[in-house]
Design a binder for this molecule. Structure first.
Ligand SMILES: [Zn+2]
Length: 189
């Protein structure tokens, strides 16, 4: 456990080295996050009510973390940070205005949000790789993990961004096969 905390601190330092203005803000201490929470409840008709309690959100160089963050399992936090780091890289790659347009508008803000789905898909692939690295091959193949991630795409969580379950499952299965084939040996401990 102490080791995992140290590894988490090292990961945060590593992200800060790559993105110097990266910072972590607790949602319950942020008026901005509270305002987004209200807006999300409205646009999803109350379908997304866990923004404050469950979800991490990157805006600019700031990672907004849910309530209770300090008590979270450090391995879970590392898996999440690796996902969010992909979003930081994407934003740098596409530049912020283009990233925002892809993420929020293409092709529609809610439902069939293919741009958002592809961006999230790249980040969830890293989630799967992190699960394999930190929790092992059996955890990677967990059906609970699969249904949790697939539902992120098909449910109100991200505004029904790609509601075609069989297609998302096909992406998922292909990513698991690819990550398994990479092998765990070539990633640093
Ligand atoms: Zn994401």
């Amino acid at each position: 456990m102490a080791d995992d905390r140290a590894r988490l601190e090292a990961l945060i330092a590593d992200i800060q080295a790559e993105f110097p203005s990266f910072r972590i803000v607790k949602k319950e201490e942020s008026g901005f996050a509270k305002a987004i929470d209200v807006a999300l409840r409205i646009v999803t008709f109350g379908g997304q009510r866990e923004f404050m309690t469950r979800y991490y959100t990157v805006i600019g160089d700031t990672l907004y973390v849910p309530e209770g963050f300090d008590d979270f399992d450090p391995v879970d936090v590392m898996v999440t940070l690796r996902h969010e780091r992909i979003h930081l890289k994407q934003r740098r790659r596409y530049t912020m205005p283009v990233f925002a347009v892809i993420y929020l508008l293409l092709p529609f803000p809610l439902g069939l949000a293919y741009g958002r789905a592809r961006i999230e898909w790249e980040a969830y692939t890293e989630t799967l790789r992190a699960v394999r690295d930190l929790r092992g091959e059996d955890a990677l193949r967990s059906s609970a993990l699969k249904s949790r991630i697939v539902s992120q795409f098909t449910s109100a969580a991200y505004g029904w961004m790609w509601p075609f379950r069989s297609q998302v499952e096909a992406w998922y299965d292909a990513a698991v096969r690819e990550i398994s084939a990479e092998g765990a040996g070539d990633t640093p401990p």
